[in-house]
Design a protein around this ligand. Sequence first.
Ligand SMILES: NC(=O)c1ccc[n+]([C@@H]2O[C@H](COP(=O)([O-])OP(=O)(O)OC[C@H]3O[C@@H](n4cnc5c(N)ncnc54)[C@H](OP(=O)(O)O)[C@@H]3O)[C@@H](O)[C@H]2O)c1
Length: 284
Amino acid sequence: MPKAIVTGATSGIGEVIACRLAAAGMTVVLVGRDAGRLDRARGRIDAEVPGADLPTEKADLSLLAEVRDLAARLTAQPPPDVVVSNAAVVAPVDERTPEGLQRTLVTNHLAPYLLLRSLAEAQDRKPARYVIVGGDPRGLARVPVNLDDLADGGGGPLRDFMTYARTKNMNAMFGYALARRLRGTGITVNGAHPGIIRGTGLGRQASRPVRLLGAAFSPFSAGPDAGADTPAWLATAPDVEGVTGRYYVRRRAVGTAPHTTDEARCERLWNLSADLVGLRSAHG
Ligand SMILES: NC(=O)c1ccc[n+]([C@@H]2O[C@H](COP(=O)([O-])OP(=O)(O)OC[C@H]3O[C@@H](n4cnc5c(N)ncnc54)[C@H](OP(=O)(O)O)[C@@H]3O)[C@@H](O)[C@H]2O)c1
Protein backbone atom coordinates (compact mmCIF):
# COMPACT_ATOMS: atom_id res chain seq x y z
CA MET A 1 0.00 0.00 0.00
CA PRO A 2 1.49 3.42 -0.91
CA LYS A 3 2.27 5.63 2.05
CA ALA A 4 1.74 9.36 2.59
CA ILE A 5 2.84 11.63 5.41
CA VAL A 6 0.71 14.71 6.11
CA THR A 7 1.70 17.37 8.66
CA GLY A 8 -0.98 19.48 10.29
CA ALA A 9 -3.49 16.70 9.68
CA THR A 10 -5.57 17.45 12.79
CA SER A 11 -7.73 20.18 11.29
CA GLY A 12 -8.61 22.33 8.32
CA ILE A 13 -7.03 21.75 4.94
CA GLY A 14 -4.52 19.13 6.16
CA GLU A 15 -7.24 16.88 7.54
CA VAL A 16 -9.10 16.95 4.23
CA ILE A 17 -5.86 16.26 2.31
CA ALA A 18 -5.24 13.26 4.59
CA CYS A 19 -8.80 12.08 3.98
CA ARG A 20 -8.41 12.37 0.19
CA LEU A 21 -5.15 10.42 0.23
CA ALA A 22 -6.71 7.72 2.41
CA ALA A 23 -9.64 7.54 -0.02
CA ALA A 24 -7.07 7.08 -2.81
CA GLY A 25 -5.90 3.91 -1.03
CA MET A 26 -2.85 5.22 0.79
CA THR A 27 -1.69 4.58 4.30
CA VAL A 28 -1.64 8.10 5.71
CA VAL A 29 0.66 9.01 8.59
CA LEU A 30 -1.10 11.83 10.43
CA VAL A 31 1.36 14.22 12.05
CA GLY A 32 0.07 16.47 14.84
CA ARG A 33 1.17 17.94 18.15
CA ASP A 34 -1.66 16.78 20.39
CA ALA A 35 -2.61 13.15 21.03
CA GLY A 36 -6.29 13.92 21.59
CA ARG A 37 -6.60 15.98 18.41
CA LEU A 38 -4.77 13.27 16.47
CA ASP A 39 -7.18 10.61 17.76
CA ARG A 40 -10.21 12.73 16.91
CA ALA A 41 -8.91 13.52 13.40
CA ARG A 42 -8.23 9.82 12.84
CA GLY A 43 -11.79 9.03 13.96
CA ARG A 44 -13.29 11.59 11.58
CA ILE A 45 -11.22 10.35 8.62
CA ASP A 46 -12.04 6.73 9.47
CA ALA A 47 -15.73 7.64 9.42
CA GLU A 48 -15.26 9.00 5.87
CA VAL A 49 -12.96 6.20 4.69
CA PRO A 50 -13.86 3.11 6.74
CA GLY A 51 -10.91 0.82 7.39
CA ALA A 52 -8.30 3.41 6.33
CA ASP A 53 -4.79 2.78 7.62
CA LEU A 54 -4.02 5.92 9.65
CA PRO A 55 -0.98 5.69 11.89
CA THR A 56 -0.28 8.83 13.93
CA GLU A 57 2.95 10.60 14.82
CA LYS A 58 2.93 13.13 17.63
CA ALA A 59 5.39 15.99 17.20
CA ASP A 60 5.34 19.66 18.09
CA LEU A 61 6.77 21.20 14.93
CA SER A 62 7.65 24.43 16.71
CA LEU A 63 10.45 22.52 18.47
CA LEU A 64 13.42 21.45 16.35
CA ALA A 65 14.25 18.67 18.81
CA GLU A 66 10.81 17.15 18.20
CA VAL A 67 11.15 17.58 14.42
CA ARG A 68 14.51 15.78 14.59
CA ASP A 69 12.95 12.93 16.59
CA LEU A 70 10.05 12.75 14.16
CA ALA A 71 12.46 12.61 11.20
CA ALA A 72 14.42 9.85 12.92
CA ARG A 73 11.25 7.79 13.48
CA LEU A 74 10.02 8.32 9.92
CA THR A 75 13.36 7.60 8.26
CA ALA A 76 13.61 4.33 10.21
CA GLN A 77 10.52 3.17 8.26
CA PRO A 78 10.23 2.39 4.53
CA PRO A 79 10.32 5.70 2.57
CA PRO A 80 6.99 7.37 1.76
CA ASP A 81 5.44 7.87 -1.68
CA VAL A 82 3.94 11.23 -0.78
CA VAL A 83 4.79 13.91 1.76
CA VAL A 84 2.51 16.90 2.26
CA SER A 85 4.00 19.68 4.37
CA ASN A 86 0.91 21.55 5.46
CA ALA A 87 1.21 22.54 9.13
CA ALA A 88 1.51 26.25 9.82
CA VAL A 89 0.59 28.83 12.41
CA VAL A 90 0.05 32.58 12.66
CA ALA A 91 1.57 33.10 16.10
CA PRO A 92 2.37 36.36 17.90
CA VAL A 93 5.54 37.74 16.32
CA ASP A 94 7.37 38.03 19.67
CA GLU A 95 6.63 34.48 20.79
CA ARG A 96 9.81 32.46 21.21
CA THR A 97 9.95 28.70 21.76
CA PRO A 98 11.90 27.14 24.65
CA GLU A 99 14.69 26.70 22.05
CA GLY A 100 14.84 30.51 21.70
CA LEU A 101 13.50 30.73 18.14
CA GLN A 102 10.41 32.49 16.80
CA ARG A 103 7.49 30.06 16.85
CA THR A 104 6.12 31.13 13.45
CA LEU A 105 9.52 30.78 11.75
CA VAL A 106 10.17 27.30 13.16
CA THR A 107 6.71 25.84 12.62
CA ASN A 108 6.18 27.19 9.12
CA HIS A 109 9.66 27.10 7.61
CA LEU A 110 12.42 25.51 9.68
CA ALA A 111 10.36 22.42 10.55
CA PRO A 112 9.47 21.57 6.91
CA TYR A 113 13.05 22.40 5.89
CA LEU A 114 14.48 19.97 8.45
CA LEU A 115 11.83 17.29 7.92
CA LEU A 116 11.79 17.24 4.11
CA ARG A 117 15.57 17.45 3.82
CA SER A 118 15.90 14.54 6.27
CA LEU A 119 13.27 12.48 4.45
CA ALA A 120 14.82 13.20 1.03
CA GLU A 121 18.26 12.10 2.21
CA ALA A 122 16.74 8.80 3.41
CA GLN A 123 14.48 8.28 0.38
CA ASP A 124 16.85 5.61 -0.93
CA ARG A 125 16.13 6.18 -4.65
CA LYS A 126 12.41 5.57 -4.19
CA PRO A 127 10.32 8.04 -6.25
CA ALA A 128 8.08 10.30 -4.23
CA ARG A 129 6.03 13.46 -4.47
CA TYR A 130 6.65 16.21 -1.94
CA VAL A 131 4.01 18.94 -1.78
CA ILE A 132 4.58 22.11 0.23
CA VAL A 133 1.45 24.08 1.09
CA GLY A 134 2.34 27.75 0.78
CA GLY A 135 0.25 30.88 0.29
CA ASP A 136 -1.19 33.22 -2.31
CA PRO A 137 1.64 34.25 -4.66
CA ARG A 138 -0.05 37.54 -5.61
CA GLY A 139 -0.36 38.80 -2.04
CA LEU A 140 3.01 37.38 -1.05
CA ALA A 141 4.75 39.28 -3.86
CA ARG A 142 4.53 42.34 -1.58
CA VAL A 143 6.35 40.80 1.39
CA PRO A 144 9.82 39.61 0.39
CA VAL A 145 11.71 37.55 2.95
CA ASN A 146 14.25 39.64 4.86
CA LEU A 147 17.33 37.44 4.57
CA ASP A 148 19.13 39.59 7.16
CA ASP A 149 16.46 38.70 9.73
CA LEU A 150 14.25 35.68 9.01
CA ALA A 151 12.02 36.51 11.99
CA ASP A 152 11.27 40.03 10.70
CA GLY A 153 7.58 40.84 10.50
CA GLY A 154 7.91 44.58 10.06
CA GLY A 155 5.82 46.85 12.27
CA GLY A 156 2.14 47.67 12.47
CA PRO A 157 -0.96 45.92 13.77
CA LEU A 158 -0.75 43.12 11.18
CA ARG A 159 2.84 42.16 11.97
CA ASP A 160 1.86 38.64 13.13
CA PHE A 161 0.34 38.09 9.72
CA MET A 162 3.27 39.71 7.88
CA THR A 163 5.70 37.40 9.68
CA TYR A 164 3.53 34.44 8.71
CA ALA A 165 3.37 35.71 5.11
CA ARG A 166 7.15 35.87 4.88
CA THR A 167 7.39 32.25 6.06
CA LYS A 168 4.95 31.33 3.27
CA ASN A 169 7.39 32.92 0.79
CA MET A 170 10.11 30.82 2.43
CA ASN A 171 7.97 27.74 1.63
CA ALA A 172 8.12 28.60 -2.08
CA MET A 173 11.85 29.39 -1.98
CA PHE A 174 12.68 26.19 -0.11
CA GLY A 175 10.56 24.17 -2.54
CA TYR A 176 12.45 25.54 -5.53
CA ALA A 177 15.85 24.94 -3.90
CA LEU A 178 14.93 21.40 -2.84
CA ALA A 179 13.50 20.56 -6.27
CA ARG A 180 16.75 21.73 -7.92
CA ARG A 181 18.79 19.47 -5.68
CA LEU A 182 16.51 16.48 -6.22
CA ARG A 183 16.14 16.78 -10.00
CA GLY A 184 16.69 13.37 -11.58
CA THR A 185 16.23 11.44 -8.31
CA GLY A 186 12.54 10.65 -8.86
CA ILE A 187 11.52 12.88 -5.97
CA THR A 188 9.40 15.80 -7.15
CA VAL A 189 8.76 18.93 -5.10
CA ASN A 190 5.95 21.37 -5.85
CA GLY A 191 4.31 24.23 -3.99
CA ALA A 192 0.58 24.89 -3.73
CA HIS A 193 -1.64 27.75 -2.65
CA PRO A 194 -4.84 26.25 -1.23
CA GLY A 195 -6.92 29.40 -1.76
CA ILE A 196 -8.38 31.71 0.86
CA ILE A 197 -10.21 29.18 3.00
CA ARG A 198 -12.68 29.71 5.86
CA GLY A 199 -13.42 27.45 8.79
CA THR A 200 -9.85 26.37 9.56
CA GLY A 201 -7.86 26.96 12.74
CA LEU A 202 -5.35 29.31 11.11
CA GLY A 203 -4.93 32.61 12.90
CA ARG A 204 -6.76 31.62 16.07
CA GLN A 205 -3.60 32.31 18.09
CA ALA A 206 -2.86 35.64 16.36
CA SER A 207 -3.55 39.17 17.55
CA ARG A 208 -7.06 40.67 17.38
CA PRO A 209 -6.42 42.77 14.21
CA VAL A 210 -5.30 39.64 12.35
CA ARG A 211 -8.35 37.68 13.55
CA LEU A 212 -10.63 40.53 12.49
CA LEU A 213 -8.99 40.55 9.04
CA GLY A 214 -9.62 36.78 8.72
CA ALA A 215 -13.24 37.20 9.80
CA ALA A 216 -13.75 39.93 7.18
CA PHE A 217 -12.67 37.55 4.40
CA SER A 218 -14.56 34.56 5.79
CA PRO A 219 -18.03 35.06 4.23
CA PHE A 220 -16.49 35.19 0.75
CA SER A 221 -14.21 32.17 1.12
CA ALA A 222 -14.55 28.48 0.26
CA GLY A 223 -14.17 25.69 2.84
CA PRO A 224 -11.33 23.23 3.52
CA ASP A 225 -12.55 20.82 0.79
CA ALA A 226 -11.64 23.44 -1.82
CA GLY A 227 -8.35 24.15 -0.02
CA ALA A 228 -7.33 20.49 -0.15
CA ASP A 229 -8.01 20.13 -3.85
CA THR A 230 -4.75 21.37 -5.40
CA PRO A 231 -2.38 19.83 -2.81
CA ALA A 232 -4.14 16.43 -2.97
CA TRP A 233 -4.16 16.60 -6.78
CA LEU A 234 -0.42 17.33 -6.83
CA ALA A 235 0.12 14.35 -4.55
CA THR A 236 -1.80 11.87 -6.70
CA ALA A 237 -2.69 13.01 -10.25
CA PRO A 238 -1.09 11.27 -13.25
CA ASP A 239 -1.11 14.71 -15.01
CA VAL A 240 1.75 15.92 -12.80
CA GLU A 241 3.83 12.75 -12.74
CA GLY A 242 7.49 13.80 -12.91
CA VAL A 243 6.71 17.54 -12.76
CA THR A 244 8.91 19.34 -10.24
CA GLY A 245 9.93 22.80 -9.06
CA ARG A 246 6.59 24.42 -9.87
CA TYR A 247 3.96 26.31 -7.90
CA TYR A 248 0.24 25.68 -8.34
CA VAL A 249 -2.97 27.58 -7.74
CA ARG A 250 -6.26 25.85 -8.61
CA ARG A 251 -4.34 23.05 -10.34
CA ARG A 252 -2.56 25.53 -12.62
CA ALA A 253 1.16 26.21 -12.62
CA VAL A 254 1.79 29.88 -11.83
CA GLY A 255 4.80 32.11 -11.40
CA THR A 256 5.74 33.44 -7.98
CA ALA A 257 7.51 36.75 -7.28
CA PRO A 258 11.08 37.16 -8.57
CA HIS A 259 12.30 37.55 -4.97
CA THR A 260 11.15 33.94 -4.36
CA THR A 261 12.66 32.45 -7.53
CA ASP A 262 16.03 34.23 -7.48
CA GLU A 263 18.48 31.36 -7.12
CA ALA A 264 21.01 33.30 -5.04
CA ARG A 265 18.30 34.32 -2.56
CA CYS A 266 17.00 30.74 -2.37
CA GLU A 267 20.51 29.46 -1.72
CA ARG A 268 21.08 32.06 0.98
CA LEU A 269 17.85 30.99 2.67
CA TRP A 270 18.92 27.35 2.35
CA ASN A 271 22.23 28.02 4.07
CA LEU A 272 20.77 30.24 6.81
CA SER A 273 18.17 27.56 7.52
CA ALA A 274 20.80 24.83 7.57
CA ASP A 275 22.74 26.76 10.20
CA LEU A 276 19.62 27.26 12.31
CA VAL A 277 18.56 23.61 12.24
CA GLY A 278 22.09 22.20 12.44
CA LEU A 279 22.29 20.51 9.03
CA ARG A 280 25.21 21.02 6.66
CA SER A 281 24.70 23.92 4.28
CA ALA A 282 25.95 22.28 1.08
CA HIS A 283 23.74 19.37 0.03
CA GLY A 284 24.24 17.26 -3.05
N1 LIG B 1 -6.86 29.00 5.45
C1 LIG B 1 -6.39 29.78 4.48
O1 LIG B 1 -7.06 30.72 4.02
C2 LIG B 1 -5.01 29.55 3.94
C3 LIG B 1 -4.55 30.42 2.92
C4 LIG B 1 -3.27 30.22 2.41
C5 LIG B 1 -2.48 29.18 2.89
N2 LIG B 1 -2.96 28.36 3.88
C6 LIG B 1 -2.09 27.29 4.36
O2 LIG B 1 -2.81 26.09 4.48
C7 LIG B 1 -2.18 25.25 5.46
C8 LIG B 1 -3.22 24.69 6.41
O3 LIG B 1 -3.81 25.76 7.13
P1 LIG B 1 -5.33 25.74 7.62
O4 LIG B 1 -5.96 26.98 7.10
O5 LIG B 1 -5.95 24.42 7.37
O6 LIG B 1 -5.15 25.99 9.21
P2 LIG B 1 -5.31 25.02 10.48
O7 LIG B 1 -6.68 24.43 10.50
O8 LIG B 1 -4.89 25.83 11.65
O9 LIG B 1 -4.26 23.88 10.20
C9 LIG B 1 -2.92 24.02 10.56
C10 LIG B 1 -2.43 22.70 11.07
O10 LIG B 1 -1.07 22.88 11.48
C11 LIG B 1 -0.94 22.30 12.77
N3 LIG B 1 0.10 22.92 13.58
C12 LIG B 1 0.22 24.21 13.93
N4 LIG B 1 1.26 24.37 14.76
C13 LIG B 1 1.81 23.14 14.91
C14 LIG B 1 2.89 22.64 15.67
N5 LIG B 1 3.65 23.45 16.44
N6 LIG B 1 3.17 21.33 15.61
C15 LIG B 1 2.42 20.49 14.85
N7 LIG B 1 1.37 20.90 14.13
C16 LIG B 1 1.07 22.21 14.17
C17 LIG B 1 -2.29 22.51 13.42
O11 LIG B 1 -2.39 21.62 14.51
P3 LIG B 1 -3.37 21.89 15.78
O12 LIG B 1 -4.64 21.21 15.40
O13 LIG B 1 -2.66 21.24 16.90
O14 LIG B 1 -3.49 23.38 15.92
C18 LIG B 1 -3.22 22.20 12.28
O15 LIG B 1 -3.43 20.81 12.16
C19 LIG B 1 -1.12 26.13 6.13
O16 LIG B 1 0.14 25.85 5.58
C20 LIG B 1 -1.54 27.54 5.75
O17 LIG B 1 -0.45 28.44 5.72
C21 LIG B 1 -4.20 28.53 4.42
